[in-house]
Each structure stands twice: as structure tokens, then as C-alpha cells.
Write a protein that binds this ligand. Sequence first.
Ligand SMILES: Nc1ncnc2c1ncn2[C@@H]1O[C@H](COP(=O)(O)OP(=O)(O)OP(=O)(O)O)[C@@H](O)[C@H]1O
Length: 345
Amino acid sequence: MNADAPIPSAIEVVGLTKRYGAGKPAVDNINLRIASGSYCCLLGPSGCGKSTTLRMIAGHESVSSGDVLLENRNITNLPAAERGTAMMFQSFALFPHLSALDNVAFSLKMKGVDKAARQAKAQDLLERVAMGHLAARKPGELSGGQQQRVALARALITQPRALLLDEPLSALDPFLRIQMRAELRRWQKELGLTFIHVTHSQEEAMALADTMVVMNHGIIEQSGSPHTVYNKPLNEFVARFMGGHNVIETPAGKIGVRTDQTRVAKADAAHIAGLPSIGALVSDVEYQGTYVLLGLQNPNAAHAVVSSAEYSVMLSEQQFAATPFAVGDAVQLAWTPESAHALQA
Ligand SMILES: Nc1ncnc2c1ncn2[C@@H]1O[C@H](COP(=O)(O)OP(=O)(O)OP(=O)(O)O)[C@@H](O)[C@H]1O
């Protein structure tokens, strides 16, 4: 294959819009290409339109305008079952009265596939997700992680070209969530399938995605690799939503500087002279184990509006031990030109 050839896109959405009523659309004219065989996370705060976008791709929600293409085929008006996509839900939506095997085989039963053939296929898929030995159990007799594997096998039985996952880990406890997250990633790589996963967790998206799509108020604020989105947030919303950044007003406009790259020194220290800086007051000192997190306020901010820290600086334990700071200290926050990047207005 020509190395310069563009990677084919599994899913493409063009001018996709959803209006539920008068007012601003829930999804507002978005354009997105998701590379074939990649893991894409749709991410954003509650109500930003990520689930609506996924449901329009799945065919569970009608489109107000725009198109959804799967491998260059326009699927916008096809019923969900005929699109070549499969959906896995937050609650897994397993039938409680059916065994794991019958849950997985269910959609083949609906298609009229005979019992022996559908059970053989379902057993094969359960083996692939290491659940073959529990095929006779009902969902209530399985752990959350095991139910998730059954739900995955059930979604895969229709041989989808893309798997759509709506908050698939949010019903799990935090420990299992991290374990199942690694499993999802492994399955996606093994299957070579395109996954589109909706989450409100930055950490989950960073851990899983080849491409992160950050949404807000129905539009895409930024899409790119986790590394790019984290290190080069395009604007203030993305910088604040992703976290780990200070947003600083400068005469040339707002800039983003990572909290671990923001420097801090006592107000009268000379050693950061020459670097751009602002004055601040230490408002919190939090010990976090391997590092200490300083919370800081702009000293000019009106006291009435000051509630939480405006800036943060992450210092290693050793740095903090060498130069401790206390609440109330007047300091300078400084940054090197390389560590700052301009945020679009
Ligand atoms: N069936 C509906 N009828 C009317 N408005 C809806 C409907 N479904 C969603 N909305 C609205 O559309 C907007 C986007 O909703 P959506 O569920 O896509 O957001 P989300 O980013 O997935 O949020 P969450 O993380 O809370 O699930 C919200 O303002 C929501 O209230």
C-alpha cells in the first residue's frame, strides 16, 4: 500500500445536525472523519451532544440535516439493523432471563438463523472474550466485567464494521473500570474494528483513544490525538476541560501553560527574572504523594469572587522540600516561551 495514501475513513459525518425544538441545535453542523480500525472517543461535558451524535450514527436518532457515511456508503436513512454498526450501552442492556449464550445469539434468532448455527456462533464469540465457560449463566449470575464481555460478544455477532459504545464503563466500580478499559483497548486492536466510544471522562479518553473529539454546546472544539489535544489545546475551553493547564491573560492574549511546566518563585526571587511572569498569592498547598499541588490566586481579583484557585502549579516533592511555600505567600508565576502556547479567542 502506498504509505502516503490517506487512511480510509470508516465513519464520516458531514454537516450533521440535530434539532430537538426551537433554539440552538443539540448537534450543530459537525464534520468528522474517523479512520478505519481506530479508537475514537467523543468527549465533553454533560449535554454537549456526544450521545446524540453517537445515536445518529447508530440510527437510533433521526438526523435533522447532514449525512452519515460508513465506508463511503450513505447510511443516514437506513434502519439501525441495516447500517453495519452495532451499539453497546452503559447498562449493557442484557436480557435478564436469558443465558449469556442466548443473549449473544439473540439477534441471529431474530434473523431466523437456525438454533444450532446461532448457538455455535455465539459460543465462538463468548470464547473470544474469555467467557465460553460461563455461557449458561444468566446476567444476574455474572460480575459487571463479565456482563460487559457478554455485551461485547452480543454486539459483535452481527459482524459490524464499527462498534459504538455509549459510556460503556460508567456502571462499573472505579477499579474494574480501569481493568475493563484495558480490555476494551485490547479487543479493539485484536479485532481491528473501528470503535466510537462516548465518555465524559478525560482520563478514560486519554487512555483509550487514537483520536479524541472534544465537544461543547453541540460543536466540535478540537479533535486530534490525546497527545496533541492535551499539549496543544486550541482554546480556553479545551485547556480548562482537559485540565492540567493554567490559562493566563497576557497583553498578547490568553495562553495555556501546563501546570507542571509553570514555574513559581517567591515574589522577591531574582532567578526567574527575564521570563514572562505574573504575581499571585498561594491559596492552597496540597500534598499528593509524589508531588505537591499549589493553588494560587490573582492578587488583584475581588475577594468576593475568589472561591477556588485560579492557577495551579505542580511541584515534585524534592522541589517543594528545597523551596517550601505556605498559604498567603506572595509569589511570581513564570513560564518559558517554549512552554506557552496561544489560545484562540
Ligand atoms: N430526546 C430529546 N428531546 C429533547 N432534547 C434532548 C433529547 N435528547 C437530548 N436532548 C438535549 O440535547 C442536548 C444534547 O444531549 P446529549 O444527550 O447528546 O448530551 P451528552 O453530551 O451525551 O450528555 P450526557 O453526558 O449528560 O449524556 C442536551 O441539551 C439535551 O437536553
